[in-house]
Design a protein around this ligand. Structure first.
Ligand SMILES: C[S@@+](CC[C@H](N)C(=O)[O-])C[C@H]1O[C@@H](n2cnc3c(N)ncnc32)[C@H](O)[C@@H]1O
Length: 363
């Protein structure tokens, strides 16, 4: 590699000059050369030394390539610097990691390098075993269509997650799971503990759209918190993994009722009507439409809590709060506390919103 040798005191000045011309080779260290400093030169540095630098000498040094600090460094080793520079604007800058799985969106202009991108990601992330290309949300269950572009096919889509200290299995190729909601799930746990203290007994909990059960895991792990859980998910492939997770984490031997049906029909079973102290509703695009069919699962006689999540137009928050109050009142539930609170932006006009409602609480 070629190095430009400059006086030590002027190192910063000439380093900045090289960078401004794209002539400094990134990733390699500046080296000591007797009392001077040697700056690594990129391939763009001209063959003939340009005038401002002609007073300095150029030397050749044999150096081993540095270990890349990001996946693009590994990618460069696979596809060459020229191609990396050619498609500079398209390389993904971020990706999601779920357990051992990496999920990444790839622009169509660089799709032909999908396998190389995957290999580079696996080299950089030692704990990951598979890379899936994200082809967008599809179908009734709004599952991400994922294409394996790196790692072993035999491993399938399952991966182990550790969230808030609790392990469970998810499969992003079969259903929805987002580690971003982990703090919401801790809030649900805190809420459940307060409710349990208020009622003085273990809770009957219904997670109507349970997915792989991430919201139920911390509840099951808490001593004496749960009496019975109804865990429901309409997707049979998700339901199978949900069952395994519930069995594995049922430390307190709570009663578990697993269902795989449309949550809007749970109310048709008379045993469910008015039985639950805590109801979880997480089907963000449809929560408000489904709520009228779910509220009566809540206990009408003692304090009960609904925690739900939805995506709504931010300008409609107050209107929706009024609608929900009206709905609860029409079903004879008195609301003692209502929170309708945006937690993050979903689109330029929409917000991901948490709903928490306490009923029949006279204290
Ligand atoms: C956004 S995910 C939430 C999963 C989980 N509660 C979580 O927080 O990770 C919604 C889940 O609802 C399920 N689902 C969709 N429509 C349903 C319905 N009508 N009844 C019951 N489950 C449904 C999907 O299969 C999916 O697992």
């Amino acid at each position: 590699m070629r190095y430009l040798v400059v006086p030590s005191k002027e190192t910063e000045k000439w380093r900045a000059f090289l960078i401004s011309n794209d002539w400094l080779e990134r990733g390699y260290n500046i080296q000591k050369e007797n009392n001077e400093r040697a700056l690594p030169l990129s391939d763009f540095f001209p063959e003939i030394i340009p005038p401002p630098l002609s007073q300095f000498k150029i030397i050749e040094k044999v150096v081993s390539a540095p270990i890349p600090s990001n996946y693009l460094g590994f990618l460069e080793q696979k596809i060459s610097k020229n191609i990396l520079n050619k498609y500079n604007q398209y390389w993904p800058q971020s990706f999601d990691q779920i357990g051992e799985i990496i999920i990444i969106k790839i622009d169509e202009n660089i799709e032909k390098y999908a396998n190389e991108i995957a290999e580079a990601l696996l080299l950089q992330n030692n704990n990951s075993t598979r890379v899936f290309q994200d082809l967008g949300v599809k179908g009734d269950f709004r599952i991400r269509k994922l294409k394996l572009i790196g790692g072993s096919k035999e491993l399938g889509g399952e991966t182990k997650i550790k969230e808030n200290g609790i392990e469970f299995i998810v499969d992003p190729t079969k259903g929805y799971y987002s580690p971003r909601l982990a703090t919401e799930r801790l809030e649900t746990l805190e809420c459940a503990k307060i409710l349990k203290n208020k009622l003085g007994r273990g809770l009957n909990v219904c997670d109507a759209y349970a997915g792989f059960g991430p919201a139920l895991m911390p509840l099951l792990n808490e001593k004496g918190l749960v009496n019975l859980i109804l865990a429901n998910d309409l997707n049979p492939q998700v339901s199978l993994i949900l069952e395994k997770n519930l069995i594995k984490n049922n430390k307190e031997k709570s009663s578990i009722n697993l269902k795989c049906e449309d949550a809007q029909k749970l109310i048709l079973d008379v045993q469910n009507r008015g039985f639950y102290d805590l109801l979880l509703v997480n089907i963000p695009h449809s929560t408000l439409d489904h709520l009228p069919f779910l509220i009566e699962l809540l206990n009408l006689k003692t304090t009960a809590v609904l925690r739900a999540w939805c995506i709504i137009e931010s300008k409609n928050i107050d209107k929706i709060k009024k609608q929900i109050k009206k709905l609860f009142n029409s079903l004879n539930y008195s609301i003692s506390k209502i929170i309708v609170e945006p937690t993050r932006t979903y689109s330029p006009t929409q917000v991901y919103t948490k709903i928490e409602i306490w009923t029949n609480d006279s204290s």
